[in-house]
Write a protein that binds this ligand. Structure first.
Ligand SMILES: [Zn+2]
Ligand SMILES: [Zn+2]
Length: 349
């Protein structure tokens, strides 16, 4: 069968190649790959800046944002042939650390976790793949190809859960949320914010392309100025930061109302310096009881929450997030940046 493979840390090594058929173990599903989504992490791997092949091998099958259709399920499985599924990305470390021992491997503390399509485990970018049944999540049939959004949605489902849990350290009744960045993570975070009944504001740089309309059609408000302009009339209770841009991160920390929460989900590159008033920022965080948290990855309950959030969303709106579909044989073109891209998917069928 064909698979999309890469030699991590070797730029220009992306290829579609023939690999052996996978064989499902006793507790595993055999799945026909439908599509994989492409995100910044995949682009980093393809650029040669990130990623690890399985031990003893040079090449890694790429793809961590998965969607497939079950071909064979173990006896007495809740899943059956034809069901749409997504596979979970991370597996616990072998020690395991305290977090992994409690199935909270998204919070792994020793860094020895593995990740499909990223770190030491083959990904989902092949015509067929297997996955342990306990690491597979059912995708509502009506979602079709948009089910490929499960993984990025799981990341924002976790972020929202973390915000909720931090908020509940005292009285918590959020009303207004600011999402910075209208890429897939920002838009899906905004979608869940609207589902939670919040007044959602989304800030991005662009003034054209699909993003402003996608935000408006959620029932949220689109902004393209600065954080200060957005918060001039009303400050948010919660900021979900999805750009990783240093200056925006600090603007976000100053933007919240007292007892505000800023959840950071964007990964910055290191080595960029900005000057800021550290004393002033500390003073504000302390005197306002503000909380700033980082959030990455997702565990099983977040995948399930993501599946529920997508099932409840407008399928037409979700479909508009998939701005480009590229067949496997032309996969290389999926990793270039196109101005109007929201989510690019590589179809495997
Ligand atoms: Zn991703
Ligand atoms: Zn761990």
């Amino acid at each position: 069968m064909r698979a999309l493979t890469v030699q991590p840390h070797k730029r220009g090594s992306l290829a579609v190649e023939a690999v052996p058929e996978p064989e499902a173990g006793a507790d595993e599903l055999l799945v026909e790959g439908v599509a994989i989504g492409v995100c910044g992490t995949d682009k980093e791997i393809v650029r040669g800046d990130y990623g690890w092949a399985p031990p003893g091998r040079d090449r890694l099958i790429l793809g961590h944002e998965s969607l497939g259709r079950v071909l064979e399920a173990p006896a007495r499985s809740d899943l059956a042939e034809g069901d749409l599924v997504a596979g979970v990305v991370r597996r616990p470390d072998p020690v395991p650390c305290g977090a992994c021992a409690h199935d909270e491997w998204d919070m792994c503390r020793n860094g020895r976790y593995t990740e499909r399509g990223i770190k030491e485990l083959d990904g989902y970018g092949s015509e067929r793949w297997t996955v342990p049944e306990r690491y597979a999540v059912r995708v509502a049939a009506h979602l079709g190809l948009t089910g490929v959004l499960i993984e990025p949605t799981s990341v924002v489902a976790k972020a929202w859960e973390q915000v909720q849990r931090v908020g509940e350290r005292a009285w918590f009744e959020p009303r207004r949320v600011l999402v910075t960045g209208a890429g897939p993570i920002g838009l899906l975070a905004a979608m869940i914010g609207v589902q939670r009944g919040l007044d959602v504001h989304v800030l991005d740089r662009v003034t054209d392309g699909p993003k402003p309309g996608l935000v408006r059609d959620l029932g949220a408000t689109y902004h393209h100025g600065s954080v200060a302009e957005v918060t001039e009339h009303a400050r948010p209770d919660v900021v979900l930061e999805a750009t990783g841009v240093g200056s925006l991160v600090f603007d976000a920390m100053e933007a919240t109302r007292p007892y505000g929460i800023v959840c950071l989900t964007g990964v910055s590159s290191t080595g960029r310096t900005i000057s800021l008033d550290a004393g002033g920022l500390n003073r504000e965080l302390v005197l306002e009881n503000d909380a700033v948290i980082g959030s990455v990855n997702a565990n099983l309950r977040h995948y399930r929450a993501a599946a529920d959030a997508l099932a409840a969303a407008d399928p037409g709106w979700l479909g508009r997030l998939l701005t480009r579909q590229v067949p496997l044989e032309r996969a290389a073109s999926a990793f270039g940046a196109a101005e109007q891209d929201v989510k690019v998917v590589i179809t495997l069928g």
